[in-house]
Write a protein that binds this ligand. Structure first.
Ligand code: NAP
Length: 252
């Protein structure tokens, strides 16, 4: 990374930077030259380690904790960060934090539905609302929402999760239409099966792997590469799009 590359880039917030995919995305955007906010909810240790690794690699990063389902927490944490770093430009938001709570619809509690929607759909809503105000003032910015193959196709046992991830694709398209004229691009990435802790519990994983045309699970860094592309000038004419990173695993 060159000094010039570093100085020209502002901040990139990666929510869920303490998790498997978020760690890879934060590291990649750190190498791309952004000042990365490595966000966590409960796992501050992991976010601290990722931020330290980015700094050790010559980049700029710090960890920051908040619950994405709580608008007041988001605003207080980001207002505080903004005051500490008044000269950083708000360049990139990656809505990556997410959770699942799987069961068949007949057995799904209100809380299982609400809590997944609050984290996966309300959280990105609160954050996009906060960021677009900053980005509209400077007439530039890139937002990338991490959706899921489940949001494109549906998935038995993931009624709440699939609904939240489909909502994220609809939000992506709509916000792209609203803010395109202000130079802000909004895109989604829809990963398929990526090797992280989130998929370790899937009982039918071996069976599902056979349906992946590329014949293997994806790596977190392959999702990070797609995010990096959607934040970069190489994707300057792409907005409102959903980029599938799934090894070709589309439904029949
Ligand atoms: N792995 C896959 O195959 C796959 C496929 C498709 C889509 N995705 C999506 O990719 C994203 C990352 O997945 P992953 O595999 O990296 O999962 P992960 O390792 O379980 O990480 C989830 C992250 O979300 C954060 N988080 C959860 N609830 C939160 C809340 N209420 N407020 C703030 N942060 C919260 C966690 O923070 P703490 O740990 O600090 O609490 C953690 O950093 C998710 O949105 C997921 O739906 C993953």
């Amino acid at each position: 990374m060159t000094d010039a590359n570093q100085q020209s880039k502002g901040l990139a917030l990666v929510t869920g930077g303490s998790g498997g995919l978020g760690r890879a995305i934060a590291s990649r955007l750190g190498s791309d030259g952004y000042f990365v906010i490595v966000h966590y909810n409960s796992n501050s240790k992991s976010a601290d380690e990722t931020a330290a690794a980015i700094r050790a690699n010559g980049g700029r990063a710090q960890s920051l904790g908040f619950d994405v389902s709580q608008a007041a927490q988001i605003e207080s944490a980001l207002d505080g960060f903004s005051k500490e770093h008044p000269n950083l430009s708000w360049d990139v938001l990656v809505n990556n934090a997410g959770r699942h709570n799987d069961t068949l619809v007949g057995f799904m509690s209100d809380d299982a539905f609400d809590s997944v929607m609050k984290t996966n759909a309300y959280g990105p809503f609160y954050l996009m609302r906060y960021f677009v105000k900053k980005m509209m003032r400077k007439r530039s910015g890139a937002i990338v929402n991490i959706s899921s193959l489940a949001g494109q196709t549906g998935n038995p046992g993931q009624f709440n999760y699939a609904a939240s991830k489909a909502a994220l694709i609809a939000m992506t398209k709509t916000l792209a239409m609203e803010v395109g004229s202000r130079g802000i691009r909004v895109n989604a990435v829809a990963p398929g099966l990526i090797e992280t802790e989130m998929i370790e519990e899937i009982p039918q994983l071996e069976e599902m792997k056979k349906r992946i045309p590329l014949g293997r699970l994806g790596a977190a860094k392959e999702v990070a590469g797609a995010v990096s592309f959607l934040c970069s000038p190489d994707s300057s004419y792409i907005t409102g799009a959903t980029l599938s990173v799934n090894g070709g695993m589309f439904p029949a």
